[in-house]
Design a protein around this ligand. Sequence first.
Ligand SMILES: Cc1cc2nc3c(=O)[nH]c(=O)nc-3n(C[C@H](O)[C@H](O)[C@H](O)COP(=O)(O)OP(=O)(O)OC[C@H]3O[C@@H](n4cnc5c(N)ncnc54)[C@H](O)[C@@H]3O)c2cc1C
Length: 422
Amino acid sequence: MSHPDVIVVGGGIGGLGAAFSLTRQGLRVRLLESAPAFGEVGAGIQLAPNCTRILDDYGLLDEARSLGVVPDAMVMRDAVDGEELTRLDLRDLERRYGYPYLVIHRSDLHGLLLRACERAGVELVNDAHVTSYENTVGGARVTVASGGTHEAGMVIAADGMHSAARGLLVDDRPVSSAYVAYRGTVPADQPRVKSVDLSEVVVHVGPGCHFVHYGLRGGAMLNQVAVFESPKALAGRDDWGTPDELDAAFARTSEFVRDGLPFMWREKWWRMFDRDPVMTWVHGRIALLGDSAHPPLQYIAQGAIMALEDGWVLGEHVARNRAGDGTVDWGAALAAYEAVRPEHCRRVLTTSRTWGELWHLDGPARERRNALLRARDTYDYGFTDWLYGPTALTPDQEPEMFTPIPLDSVSAGDAVPAGEAA
Ligand SMILES: Cc1cc2nc3c(=O)[nH]c(=O)nc-3n(C[C@H](O)[C@H](O)[C@H](O)COP(=O)(O)OP(=O)(O)OC[C@H]3O[C@@H](n4cnc5c(N)ncnc54)[C@H](O)[C@@H]3O)c2cc1C
């Protein structure tokens, strides 16, 4: 490809999604990834209907279904006594929003998007670490570590939480939550898996900790995630999140939860950071997308989904601002993208923080939370409509492909009943 229309920096879920979305609009896209090979680390990821509707539009939903699991329910339990607090009926949820709630292995989702990009003709370049960004007269340019440059009408920085491009827009740092996540998978032949209902996504919420599990790959494995607040992090130490802290954090939890801990990968853990929301994502012809724009805490499981939504919305606005001769009004497309996405993502970021605080309560506050959650009607969607419902293209306009649902009943309470992490 001699001269691409768009350069996407970063080959994570966000970058691949954006590259596919723009390529299917007829643009020539070059994707630059710093790693020597494409891939994803970690185990499961949850994809709510606001994501599966996009996969469906991309023609990728059937493949995603075949690789993942469509669970029957999402259940929240108290991690100390194991009592069920509330649940979402995911089959009914699918009827309400028109698309399924899916859980899938991260590498399967990433591989699916990578194959879609290859088929669509995205130029995929590895070992290309972008070191700087600049606007040019007709577009934008990036420089890679080897010294070469790449120029296009628009540059999309999908370079993750530690984005170099973000520094063009804001001088900020990742915010530590002092929480850390352990992940692990258990093969289906283990007795541990036989004690679990693989048709459910379950989150056990406890004092300063929570534990999540669900089935992956058609029930061939159980995915588990254990998250806790690190005393060493709170004390300002650098060596935080170690396995001894994992065991101590879950000492008060139920036998079922504690029995899951030996299956966690103990040599690797994920410290949980997010960033404060920013409302400006576009600098000339350079735009942030995915975690570079809005890395969340994972409590409502929307980080990768927001990244895929960003790419879809951007593709739609590029299409709307493309003349008959193929030229794109990049400024108009980027302005429309920036008009609609930051407010939604701000709300997800702040809700994720609040939702995590609610999960991790102790003492009388934990009792009050449990009483409120037990009182919730399983079929009350008042707190999920804003999140799982259609993604507006502009603040006052819904895309025709989405079935409108009543959003006027949604309060600004910013909470969801049973989201989860990883
Ligand atoms: C424990 C945990 C559980 C989660 N669970 C969920 C969930 O259930 N559902 C959900 O939707 N989200 C979830 N998330 C969030 C989700 O994983 C992220 O939000 C998402 O993966 C971000 O994708 P991204 O492509 O924007 O960024 P990244 O995945 O960080 O990708 C960035 C890419 O850019 C490349 N790169 C970086 N710098 C450069 C450079 N200078 N030049 C070239 N390439 C570069 C990197 O190598 C990488 O490939 C979870 C996160 C965590 C930590």
